[in-house]
Design a protein around this ligand. Structure first.
Ligand SMILES: Cc1cc2nc3c(=O)[nH]c(=O)nc-3n(C[C@H](O)[C@H](O)[C@H](O)COP(=O)(O)O)c2cc1C
Length: 393
């Protein structure tokens, strides 16, 4: 009897311990706290206050889209101007060998800065830095754009209001819910300039072809150990990892179902090969397959710094406009990443020629590919570093 009772008590104790262990792991891995905590507070205190002066619009700037959430920016405050620097140490290595995507991200931050400045009564004049991007540049910060700010009458834009609601959505979209021609035309009008053009690919057959290129490029990337490793450096899997770095691509933003999100957090981290395989299947079977519209941003020369800043501004604007209308968006830029990688290693490239076929725009080349649609699930915010961490003295 004594032994039986001891066994029952012992069994209950072991179960309690196991539960406590599971509870600890769940807490440690942020199962219940996805998208919460100090790493996410910039999404709620994004408007600042008038006492912040010229720095005020920067709270919006740091919420911009940027590659792998590297947040490759630094801001230097001047008398009546802000200089946006590329924090080139925060790079994706061989995944972005010319730092072209880095400059698109800086352009996206500039766009949020301009929208917020206008809402706070500051007219912004942006002058991107002239020059060409070169392979594997040094890590020292380099100026990317100068933004002069002058007092004006405050003007509110719906795009400004959408800033804290814009998140990259990597989950399934409703394949049968197309986007109206009117909306697409409006988006095109909103971002077309001498420097940037957009092409929407709606036709099922054409979408299939462009989608196949995106999948093929993903396959190339995961077959390139260096690109795969350079991407993996920016993946954040646990609560502590996120709290310490406040950057990177997290499990919560991977577009998984709620059940898969919990499972991915509780289970040990996947090895690099499995994670790459998962990315490929997500791209092929969810992201490309369910996208009702794919799109391409074109520039005159993808390695021209001004063009990259302008294309980044265009993407941020387009994503904000889509957010206003309740639409989801996600960059799927693997083919252009492959073009850059091929150029870096001196390998013949076939992606560039294959993509321009969708554009019929001689003299223009692709710099950014994305999808738009109606999402099945809302996206979670990604972490951000605090503003004071990105001010340059
Ligand atoms: C130039 C550029 C390229 C990007 N490429 C991809 C991509 O290929 N796949 C993807 O899922 N997200 C991509 N993103 C989205 C970023 O990962 C995302 O903006 C970042 O993690 C911050 O998250 P947020 O947009 O939700 O704020 C890209 C963003 C930029 C600006």
């Amino acid at each position: 009897m004594q032994t039986r009772r001891a066994l029952v008590i012992g069994g209950a104790g072991a179960a309690a311990l196991a539960l406590a262990g599971l509870g600890y792991r769940a807490w440690d891995r942020g199962v219940w706290s996805g998208g919460e905590g100090p790493a996410y507070s910039p999404w709620s205190d994004w408007k600042g206050k008038s006492a912040d002066g010229i720095k005020r619009p920067l709270r919006a700037a740091i919420l911009a889209a940027n590659p792998h959430d590297t947040q490759p920016w630094l801001f230097k405050i001047g008398e009546n101007a802000i200089t946006v620097f590329a924090d080139r140490a925060r790079n994706l290595g061989t995944f972005d060998p010319f730092r072209r995507e880095m400059h698109l991200g800086l352009g996206a931050a500039v766009e949020n800065l301009v929208l917020a400045a206008s809402a706070f009564g500051l007219a912004a004049e942006v002058v991107p830095t002239d020059g060409m991007l070169s392979p594997s540049p040094g890590d020292t910060p380099a100026p990317a754009a100068h933004v002069a700010l002058a007092p004006t009458r405050a003007a509110r834009d719906t795009l400004f209001d959408a800033i804290p609601n814009r998140h990259t959505n990597r989950g399934p979209y409703r394949a049968d819910q197309t986007i109206g021609r009117e909306s697409l035309r409006r988006y095109a009008d909103l971002i077309t300039s001498d420097a940037v053009r957009v092409v929407f690919v709606e036709d099922k057959h054409a979408r299939g072809e462009l989608g196949a290129l995106i999948v093929e490029a993903t396959d190339r990337i995961i077959g390139d150990p260096q690109m795969s490793a350079d991407s993996a450096r920016w993946l954040r899997t646990g609560r502590r990892d996120i709290a310490a770095h406040r950057d990177g691509v997290t499990i919560d933003t991977a577009g998984l179902s709620p059940l898969m999100t919990v499972a991915s957090k509780l289970l040990p981290d996947m090895d690099a090969k499995s994670a790459d395989g998962y990315w490929l299947s997500m791209t092929r079977d969810t992201q490309v397959l369910t996208a009702p519209v794919l799109g391409i941003l074109l520039v005159r020369d993808r390695l021209d710094m001004r063009g990259a800043i302008q294309a980044g501004r265009a993407w941020q604007r387009l994503h904000l406009a889509a957010t206003v209308e309740g639409l989801a968006a996600q960059p799927l830029n693997q083919p252009v990443e492959c073009i850059d990688r091929n150029a870096m290693v001196g390998k013949a490239d076939s992606f560039g020629a294959a993509i321009v076929k969708f554009a019929e725009a001689p003299g223009w080349e692709p710099t950014f590919i994305f999808r738009l649609g109606v999402a099945e699930r809302a996206a979670t915010p990604s972490p951000r570093r605090a503003l004071n961490e990105v001010l340059r003295t």
